[in-house]
Design a protein around this ligand. Structure first.
Ligand code: SAM
Length: 284
C-alpha cells in the first residue's frame, strides 16, 4: 500500500494493547508527511515504540477550527496527512469532526484505516444483543442533566452504550439504576485490552454495590452497556405518545410529511407508524 498525495487518513490506534496496532496503520503513519494528534506527547510513546519519525502537530477540541484550516491548505497542496486520537478511532467521542467534514466538503479524499474502538470491543464480548445499539458516548457530567438525558433514552428498546471516566462511574451507575430501573441486564467493560481488563455482567441494580465493594474496580476506563427496554407496558405508553404525536402532526401537514417527521423523532419504521396513527387518513 502506498499512501497517496492530498489524502487525509483517519487512523485508529490501540485502546491499551500496542499489539492491536495494525501493520497498515503503522505503515500509514510512517509514510505520511504529517500526523495530526490529539496529544502529541501521548502519541510520541506510540511513535517511539514503532520507530515512526513522522512530524506530529497538535489537533484537539480547543484548536480544531484553526488547525483544520491549516491542514486543509496543506492537503490541497498535495501533502499526505493522518489524523489520530489518544486511543481508538478518531471521531468516536474524540476530535476530528471539523477536519473530516471540511475535507469532504472540499472534495478531498478521506480514507479510513480502521482498528480498535472501545465501544465495539465492549459490545463484541458483552453477550448483550448487538444487532442494533445506541451509542451515547459520555453522558452529561452533572447528575440532574444526566438523569434528564437518561429519561430520553428510557424507552429505547435496543442495547445502550456509554463511555465513562473513573471519577464518575459510581454516580453514573447509580443514575442508571434510578432512571432505567434495576432489572435490566448490564455489562461494565473496564480497561479493555489492558492488564486489568474486566468484563462484569450483572443486573443494573447490582452494579453500584459491586463497584463500591472494590475500589480497584472503579479505576481505569469504562464502557457501560445496558440492555434496551423490554417492557411492553412502557412500549405501549410510548405507542400512545406516538399516536398523539401523529394526530397533532397530521392536523398541520400531509400524512407523508407527518410520518417522515415521526420517523426522525421516534426512530420507528414507516409501517409501524402508519399502523399506529395514520392508517386510513386522507392522502394515504
Ligand atoms: N476514540 C475512542 C474509541 O474509539 O473508543 C474513545 C475515546 S474517549 C475520549 C475515551 C473513553 O473511551 C474512555 O473514557 C472510556 O469510556 C472509553 N475507553 C477507551 N479505552 C478504553 C478501554 N481500554 N477500556 C474501556 N473503555 C475504554
Amino acid at each position: 500500500m502506498a499512501v497517496v498525495s492530498g489524502v487525509l487518513y483517519v487512523v485508529a490506534t490501540p485502546i491499551g494493547n500496542l499489539g492491536d496496532f495494525s501493520p497498515r496503520a503503522a505503515q500509514t503513519l510512517a509514510e505520511v508527511d504529517l500526523v495530526a494528534a490529539e496529544d502529541t506527547r501521548h502519541s510520541r510513546h506510540l511513535f517511539d515504540h514503532f520507530n515512526i519519525k513522522t512530524p506530529l502537530i497538535s489537533y484537539h477540541e480547543h484548536n480544531e477550527e484553526k488547525i483544520a484550516t491549516e491542514l486543509l491548505t496543506r492537503l490541497k497542496n498535495g501533502e499526505r496527512i493522518a489524523l489520530i486520537s489518544d486511543a481508538g478511532t478518531p471521531m468516536i467521542s474524540d476530535p476530528g469532526f471539523t477536519l473530516v467534514k471540511q475535507a469532504r466538503e472540499q472534495g478531498l479524499r478521506v480514507v479510513p484505516i480502521p482498528g480498535p474502538s472501545a465501544v465495539i470491543s465492549a459490545l463484541s464480548v458483552s453477550g448483550l444483543p448487538t444487532d442494533r445499539f445506541f451509542f451515547e458516548g459520555f453522558l452529561p457530567a452533572k447528575s440532574a442533566a444526566r438523569r434528564r438525558r437518561l429519561e430520553q433514552l428510557l424507552a429505547y428498546p435496543h442495547t445502550l452504550a456509554f463511555y465513562e471516566t473513573p471519577h464518575r462511574i459510581s454516580d453514573t451507575v447509580q443514575d442508571l439504576v434510578q432512571v432505567l430501573g434495576g432489572q435490566r441486564p448490564a455489562v461494565l467493560a473496564r480497561e479493555l485490552t489492558k492488564l486489568h481488563e474486566t468484563v462484569h455482567a450483572a443486573p443494573l441494580e447490582a452494579l453500584p454495590g459491586w463497584l463500591a465493594a472494590d475500589a480497584n474496580q472503579q479505576r481505569g476506563e469504562f464502557v457501560v452497556l445496558v440492555a434496551g427496554n423490554p417492557a411492553p407496558a412502557t412500549l405501549s405508553q410510548e405507542d400512545a405518545w406516538i399516536e398523539r404525536l401523529l394526530t397533532a402532526l397530521t392536523r398541520e401537514m400531509p400524512v407523508k410529511q407527518a410520518v417522515a417527521i415521526a420517523m426522525e423523532v421516534t426512530g420507528r419504521r414507516k409501517n409501524e407508524l402508519y399502523r399506529l396513527g395514520v392508517a386510513g387518513r386522507e392522502d394515504e
